[in-house]
Ligand binder design. Structure first.
Ligand SMILES: Nc1ncnc2c1ncn2[C@@H]1O[C@H](COP(=O)(O)OP(=O)(O)OP(=O)(O)O)[C@@H](O)[C@H]1O
Ligand SMILES: [Mg+2]
Length: 318
C-alpha cells in the first residue's frame, strides 16, 4: 500500500480529562491505533462512553491529545490549512433554527471559504443531492430529525472535502431516515470520498462499512474488514412457522442444531443459511406454514459483544 493511501493515521492516542479542579484525571483513551485508507467507509463502533467522540474531536483539532499522534491526509491534526479538505458532521449538531436550509449552507460555505465563484448553484446542487430542494427555504425549526441530519451532511460537504467525518449520522432516526442517510453515505463512497463514521448501530455498519474498528473503554479491541464479520455460511436465518410439528421441531434441534424461539402456535426456528432450504422442505412436508424467512445479521452483534466484554479485560483474565 502506498503511504499516501492512508488518509487517517492514529498512533498511540491517549486522552486524559480532568473532570474538575482538584479532581483526579481520568484516562478515556488508552493508546488508540488505527488507519483509514483512501476511498474507504470506515466504521468506528463501540458502546456509549467508549471514546468515539473524543477520538473524533482530537482528529478535528477541537481538543488536544495527551499523548500519541493523529494525522489526516498526511498532516498533523494540529495544523489548520489542510482542513479545507475535511468535512465534519458533529454528534447531535445544533444549527441556528431561524435560518433556512439554504441560508445554513451559505453560512457554512462562507466559513469554509469555498466555491466563492458560484455559491448559489453549488448550494442548489447540494440541496438536491441530499433531497432537500423542496425544503430549501423552510426554516430549520420546521425540519424533521432526518432532514436536520441531511442538512448536516450537506453542511459537511459544502466545500467538497476529500474526507468526511460523521459522528453518529443515523442516531435518533427512524428506519426510513436511517436508510436515507445510508444511501447518502453510499453515494459519497461512490464518488470516491473517504468516510469515517462513528456509530453504535450495527445493522448500518454491516450495510455500508468496508472496515471497522471496535472501541471499548478507550481501547481498540478489534479492527478488520466488515465483510469478514458477515461470513454468509455462518449467518443464521430465522424461519417463522405456525403449526410446527413437535416431533419435527425436536429433530431440527438435534440434527441441524436449530434454535427454537417462542411458544404455542407461532415459533421461530433459527438455522444456518446452508440448512434453510432443507428446513423449509421439512416444515412444509409436515403441514407447517411458513410465515417468513429473515437473515439474523447476528455476526457483527456477537463479535461486538464479545469484543466489548472480553477485549479490555483480557490482561486481567490471563
Ligand atoms: N470534557 C470531558 N471531561 C471529562 N470527561 C469527558 C469529557 N468528554 C468526554 N468525557 C468522558 O470520556 C468518555 C468517552 O466519551 P465519548 O463522548 O468519547 O464517548 P462515545 O464513544 O462518543 O460515546 P457515545 O456513544 O455516547 O457518543 C466518557 O466516559 C465521557 O464521560
Ligand atoms: Mg459520541
Amino acid at each position: 500500500m502506498n503511504g499516501s493511501d492512508v488518509i487517517v493515521k492514529v498512533s498511540g492516542l491517549v486522552k486524559d480529562f480532568r473532570p474538575g479542579f482538584g479532581l483526579r484525571r481520568k484516562r478515556v483513551l488508552h493508546g488508540i491505533d488505527l488507519q483509514v485508507r483512501r476511498g474507504e467507509v470506515f466504521g468506528f463502533i463501540g458502546p456509549n462512553g467508549a471514546g468515539k467522540t473524543t477520538t473524533l474531536k482530537i482528529l478535528m483539532g477541537l481538543i488536544r491529545a495527551t499523548e500519541g499522534s493523529a494525522e489526516i491526509l498526511g498532516h498533523d491534526v494540529r495544523e489548520t490549512a489542510f482542513r479545507r479538505h475535511v468535512g465534519f458532521l458533529p454528534e447531535g449538531p445544533y444549527f441556528y433554527d431561524f435560518l433556512t436550509g439554504r441560508e445554513i449552507l451559505r453560512f457554512y460555505g462562507k466559513l469554509a471559504g469555498g466555491h466563492a465563484a458560484s455559491p448559489e448553484s453549488h448550494i442548489d446542487e447540494l440541496l438536491e443531492w441530499v433531497g432537500l430542494s423542496q425544503a430549501a427555504d423552510l426554516r430549520l425549526r420546521a425540519y424533521s430529525k432526518g432532514m436536520l441530519q441531511r442538512i448536516g451532511i450537506a453542511q459537511a460537504l459544502v466545500h467538497d472535502p476529500e474526507v468526511v467525518f460523521l459522528d453518529e449520522p443515523m442516531s435518533g432516526l427512524d428506519p426510513i431516515g436511517r436508510k436515507e442517510i445510508r444511501d447518502l453515505i453510499l453515494r459519497l463512497h461512490g464518488e470516491g470520498k473517504t468516510i469515517f463514521m462513528n456509530t453504535h448501530i450495527l445493522s448500518d455498519v454491516e450495510v455500508i462499512c468496508d472496515r471497522v474498528a471496535i472501541i471499548a473503554e478507550g481501547r481498540v479491541v478489534h479492527e478488520g474488514g466488515a465483510h469478514v464479520l458477515l461470513e454468509r455460511e455462518r449467518q443464521p436465518f430465522d424461519i417463522a412457522v405456525s403449526g410446527l410439528d413437535p416431533e419435527l421441531a425436536e429433530s431440527l434441534v438435534t440434527e441441524l442444531d436449530a434454535e427454537l424461539r417462542g411458544r404455542g402456535e407461532r415459533v421461530e426456528v433459527r438455522v444456518r443459511e446452508k440448512d434453510v432450504d432443507l428446513t423449509l422442505e421439512r416444515i412444509l412436508a409436515r403441514g407447517g406454514r411458513v410465515r417468513g424467512v429473515a437473515p439474523v445479521n447476528a455476526a457483527l452483534e456477537e463479535l461486538f459483544l464479545k469484543a466489548v466484554e472480553g477485549g479490555p479485560h483480557e490482561e486481567e483474565g490471563a
